[in-house]
Design a protein around this ligand. Sequence first.
Ligand SMILES: Cc1cc2nc3c(=O)[nH]c(=O)nc-3n(C[C@H](O)[C@H](O)[C@H](O)COP(=O)(O)OP(=O)(O)OC[C@H]3O[C@@H](n4cnc5c(N)ncnc54)[C@H](O)[C@@H]3O)c2cc1C
Length: 277
Amino acid sequence: MNLNTITEVKRPASADQITHWRDGYAWLAGGTWLFSEPQVATDTLIDVDALGWPALEASSAGLEIAATCRIAELYRLAAPAAWRAAPLLRECPDALLMSFKIQNAATVGGNICMSLPAGAMISLTVALEGIYTLWPRNAPPREVPAVDFVTGNHANVLRPGELLRSIHLPAAALSKRFAFRRASLTKLGRSAALLVGTQSEAAHDLLLTITAATPRPIQLRFAQVPSATELRRALDERIPHDGYFDDVHGSAPYKRHLTYYFAEQIRAELAQPRAGT
Ligand SMILES: Cc1cc2nc3c(=O)[nH]c(=O)nc-3n(C[C@H](O)[C@H](O)[C@H](O)COP(=O)(O)OP(=O)(O)OC[C@H]3O[C@@H](n4cnc5c(N)ncnc54)[C@H](O)[C@@H]3O)c2cc1C
C-alpha cells in the first residue's frame, strides 16, 4: 500500500551517516511489513539496502548473516556437509506466512526486528544459538544472544535508532543433530507452535527452543536428554499456565497442548541413538 505520511526516503551509503535519530524515522528493509499497513507515526524511511553488506559469509567459525540478507538467499545457501542442522535454513523460511512471496522480499533482519512470536528467523537463530550484533546510534556496537533479543509480542531490546547489523550462527550449533516440529491452523498459515531441538555431536544433551506458542522464545537446556516426566516438569516450571500466546492463529490452550506434544516428540527423537553409533 502507499504510505501517505512519508515525506522523505534516505538512502545512506553508510549507517554512520545517520547520526541524529528522531521520532518519525524508521529503518526500511524489505518493506513487506512496513508497506502492509499505515505507518501514521513515520514520516522518513531510511533504506538499509544501499548499505551493501555481503549477505552471507560462511567460514570455519560458522555463518555470518547480514541483517539485509533476503530470507530467500539464506534458503538457497549451499551449506557445508558438516552442518547437520543446515536443513533448518529451509524449514524455518518455509514456516513464514505466505511463504515464498514474503521470502523473496523480506530480510532476515526485518523478520527478527518485527519480533512477532511466530517470527521464523527468530526461531532459526535462537535454536542455532545465534549472536546478534547491534549498532546503536553514536555508541559502540554491542552483542546480544538471540534468545534475549525478543522481549514480547512485537517488542525487543532495540533502542531508538539502533540497527541490527548481523547475526552470527556458530559452527558448533550448525553441526548439531536436530529435530523440528511445527503446526499451523491453515496451509501456509502463521505458525501456532514451532519447536526445535538440537543435540551436540559428542554429547547426549538437548537444547529445546519453543517459539510461536509463546510471546517470546523460550529455551530449555538439558545436560542429558530428560525423561518424559522430567521434560513435562521443566515445561511446567518454565512456562506458566497463562504464558502462552493467544491470537487468531491459535488459542493459548491449543498452543500449550502443541508445545507439550511436540516437545515430547522431539525428546523421544533425540533420545534415540544416532544412525551409525
Ligand atoms: C500479511 C503478513 C503476514 C506475515 N506473517 C508472518 C509470519 O507468519 N511469520 C513471520 O515470521 N513473519 C510474518 N510476517 C512478517 C514478515 O515476516 C515481515 O513482513 C518481514 O519479515 C519483515 O521483513 P522486511 O525485511 O520486509 O522488513 P520491513 O517491513 O522493511 O521492516 C520491518 C520492521 O523492522 C524494522 N527493521 C528492519 N530491518 C531492521 C534492522 N536491520 N535493524 C533495525 N530495525 C529494522 C523496520 O523499521 C520495521 O519496523 C508477515 C507479514 C505480513 C505483511
